[in-house]
Design a protein around this ligand. Structure first.
Ligand code: UGA
Length: 438
């Protein structure tokens, strides 16, 4: 089938390349000329394992092409996926829908009866219904469906090719049949397909992200209680997660969530629920948000205690800047927020990250950055482990101890082997974990 994918951010690029890999003819569209030129050359705009290979393979197949020319779009295909960003609006909890609306309004005059716009962007519930109303007069006979995307950064290629479910919110049998044809190879492979109305589809997305964010904040709240009584949140999480009704995933205690999705999605959900008169139903998300933000403050407070209350003249090494491993994304990154806060308290902060340094430097230019772990830790009075890149778990703590001024590590992700580091001469601290009894 032929289709366009409008917006070539994370979701758009991965979706466009995955669709071409399934055998479809795909035109990727964006207003950013530099990005389109790089994509046409096979260079993805983000670091994402496997994406460059997939992109180059599908470009070479001739089934994937990129353009900035919106006038090509409507003539190219009868199906248009909308993958533009819906960031949090400055000064408000609500999502900014201007890009989505601009795409739909721009497409409308060129659409033919039977054409389908398929939204993938995360939007407040009710958006598709409202956009369909706008289309009714501007593009009679064209339809709109919502098909939320659930891919995770770091696993985007895999998640897109083998999703755990496909959710389509449609208001016509035609919409359903178009989407069933597009995803046919995945449906044949047994991927569950949920056909529902657009409101429910939009809600599935924010409900999923809200649940996951709640799970993370729940275990971080337990870490706070553990700290108060000297209990161990890591063992607690393992034991609680062993109940198959609860499950161990997203129960990793630590510095909390960041990125471009969870924080803005739970805030946008609260704002939308307020508008709908059911704010009370999701007011617990305010607590989830606050628990999450508090983990950054707790980490800065613990670091301050570990250096005796004053950072003047002290070197702090920060391992990790990305909001999570296998990503170069620093949007609302807890790691970068903590590094910045420590610098503001007077520390000389050197930050290491294997992939996110360019983005980190652009976001917080005043920090020192290095691509070399030993260099970050040289003469450090405190080492903070803030993003759980696997390579940090492979660090030799004996060798690192020789480089630092004080062998003190704050493992805010609870991911280092505390026993090994202690045996190597380190004082190890982590949220929700007691110090070993002498
Ligand atoms: C999340 C969802 O997992 C995807 O399903 C969804 O499609 C995406 O948002 C989106 O809405 O676009 P993503 O933000 O890429 O994906 O990353 P996650 O792997 O979900 O991690 C989110 C944050 O939670 C990270 O900062 C991570 O470090 C943190 N986290 C995760 C924890 O602090 N503890 C955990 O146990 C798990």
């Amino acid at each position: 089938m032929r289709m366009t994918v409008i917006g070539t951010g994370y979701v758009g690029v991965v979706h466009a390349a995955t669709m071409a890999d399934l055998g479809h003819e795909v035109l990727g569209v964006d207003i950013d000329e530099d990005r389109i030129a790089a994509l046409a050359d096979g260079t993805p705009p983000v670091y994402e394992p496997g994406l460059q290979d997939l992109l180059q393979r599908t470009l070479a197949s001739g089934r994937l092409r990129f353009t900035c020319d919106m006038s090509e779009v409507a003539g190219f295909a009868p199906v248009h996926f909308v993958c533009v960003g819906t960031p949090q609006m400055p000064g408000s909890k609500s999502a900014d829908l201007r890009s989505v609306e601009a795409v739909v309004d721009g497409l409308a005059p060129h659409l033919h009866p039977g054409d389908l716009i398929v939204g993938k962007s995360t939007v407040p519930v009710g958006t598709a219904v409202r956009l369909a109303e706008r289309l009714r007069t501007r593009a009679p006979g064209a339809g709109i469906a919502w098909n939320p995307e659930f891919l995770r950064e770091g696993f985007a290629v895999r998640d897109s090719a083998s999703p755990e479910r496909i959710v389509v919110g449609v208001s016509s049998a035609h919409g359903e049949s178009v989407l069933r044809r597009i995803y046919a190879p995945m449906l044949r492979a047994g991927v569950p397909f949920f056909r529902t109305d657009p409101n429910t589809a939009e809600l599935v997305k924010v409900a999923s992200n809200s649940f996951l964010a709640t799970k993370i904040s729940f275990i971080n709240a337990m870490a706070e209680v553990c700290d108060a009584v000297g209990a161990d949140v890591v063992t607690l999480a393992e034991a609680v997660g062993a109940d198959s009704r609860i499950g161990p995933r997203f129960l990793q205690p630590g510095l909390g969530f960041g990125g471009s999705c969870f924080p803005k999605d739970i805030r946008g959900f609260m704002a939308r629920a307020e508008e709908l008169g059911v704010g009370g139903a999701v007011s617990f998300l305010q607590e989830v948000d606050e628990i999450n933000t508090r983990q950054r403050v707790r980490t800065v407070d613990l670091a301050t205690r570990l250096v005796g209350g004053d950072f003047a003249g002290l070197n702090v090494a920060v391992l990790g800047a990305a909001f999570k491993p296998d990503s170069d994304d620093v949007r609302d990154s807890p790691a970068l927020a903590v590094a910045d806060a420590l610098q503001r308290k007077g520390a000389r902060v050197r930050v290491h990250d294997p992939e996110a340094l360019d983005n980190a430097r652009a976001a917080v230019p005043t920090l020192q950055y290095t691509l070399d772990v030993p260099k970050a830790c040289e003469e450090a009075d405190l080492v903070l482990h803030l993003t759980a890149w696997p390579e940090y778990q492979a660090i030799d703590p004996v060798a690192l101890a020789l480089l630092v001024r004080e062998p003190v590590v704050l493992d805010a992700r609870n991911a280092l082997d505390a026993q090994l580091w202690r045996e190597s001469g380190w004082s190890v601290h982590a949220p929700g974990r007691p110090q070993p009894q002498e």
